[in-house]
Write a protein of this length. Structure first.
Length: 320
């Protein structure tokens, strides 16, 4: 697999003519969005003001605000649709092929929802899922797949009004591990102890009824970053060797985002929370900027690098 620096060179040298053409399209699109936004805002404000002056109801004002955001979001997505498709076809797809030609990229698809549920990383069952930028293939003879993924929960208030909350949004990765696990081991960000301290945080961890049994690890640095729950204490410690714990610590430091990992059946599931679509093109920032380029390059390298980073291709355990 190519290094981050090699991918960055590929982005600027091989894709540069394409990026220049897309940069022209981006500037034109940005101007169009601004003009449409101003026109839409003026019309929406006039309509809302008209209704509010008639009814003098703050409910009408609140509904108008929600409608404004909803319709505005639809208009924005419609305006950037063609530009987004062109960007993914001409930039993201070549980047993925540069990583490894065996990888297949389908922008419109995502990780199957059952993979998310099977992972046991999140206790809430999603009522709605979506995603895109699906990549599937083999790295060092290990099956790997990942995509942007968004899982949401539906809520209804006393008046029957519906709202949605995010369970997870970010990069979801599934790779084959060299063992068929008997139980389930889940590694989560240690938010309880970092928020409430060792005493209260430890008590909250031990009394988390939505999880399996708490597993205490003999690695202080790992315990500071993560909390482990498992159906089998012995198997959990067998899986989370000192080497693997160090790898996960290093992986966490590089992502700089909440990291969730589970070992279930013969798969490892990894969820990295980003709270945004990762491979969508920037409309209000130049594609030629180094920071923008590196965001795409590093995210792709991070996802694919899981095989090498955790050494999934080594026969650490024999398959049962």
């Amino acid at each position: 697999m190519k290094s981050t620096s090699q991918l960055t060179d590929f982005y600027y040298k091989t894709l540069y003519p394409t990026l220049q053409e897309l940069e022209k399209d981006r500037k034109q699109l940005r101007y169009r969005i601004i003009m449409v936004g101003i026109f839409y805002t003026l019309i929406a404000a006039a309509i809302i003001a008209s209704f509010f002056s008639t009814t003098a109801s703050f409910d009408v004002l609140a509904f108008g605000g929600i409608a404004y955001i909803g319709v505005g979001s639809f208009i924005y997505k419609f305006l950037i649709k063609d530009y987004t498709s062109e960007f993914k076809e001409k930039v993201i797809k070549p980047l993925i092929n540069a990583l490894d030609e065996k990888l297949n990229y389908t922008p419109s698809l995502s990780i199957p929802a059952q993979h998310f549920t099977r992972s046991k990383l999140f206790t809430s069952t999603p009522d709605r899922t979506s995603g895109n930028d699906y990549v599937r293939g083999k790295i060092d003879d290990i099956n790997i797949e990942f995509s942007d993924f968004h899982a949401e929960k539906e809520h209804r208030d006393s008046k029957g009004r519906t709202s949605w909350s995010t369970i997870f949004q970010g990069l979801f990765i599934v790779a084959e591990f060299n063992k068929n696990f008997k139980g389930s081991t889940v590694v989560l960000p240690d938010t309880a102890q970092s928020t409430f301290g060792d005493l209260i945080g430890g008590w909250l961890q031990s009394n988390n009824i939505s999880r399996d049994e708490l597993v205490r690890m003999d690695n202080a640095a790992f315990e500071e970053e993560f909390v482990v729950y498992a159906t089998d204490q012995v198997e959990a410690r067998y899986i989370l060797s000192h080497t693997l714990m160090q790898k996960l610590i290093g992986y966490q430091k590089r992502t700089k985002h909440p990291l969730y990992v589970s070992f279930n059946r013969k798969n490892i599931h990894i969820a990295i929370a980003y709270n945004k679509d990762l491979f969508e093109p920037s409309v209000f920032h130049s594609l030629l900027k180094y920071k923008i380029a590196m965001e795409y390059v590093q995210t792709l390298h991070l996802a694919i690098g899981i095989v090498e980073e955790l050494k999934l291709n080594q026969k650490l355990w024999s398959k049962l």
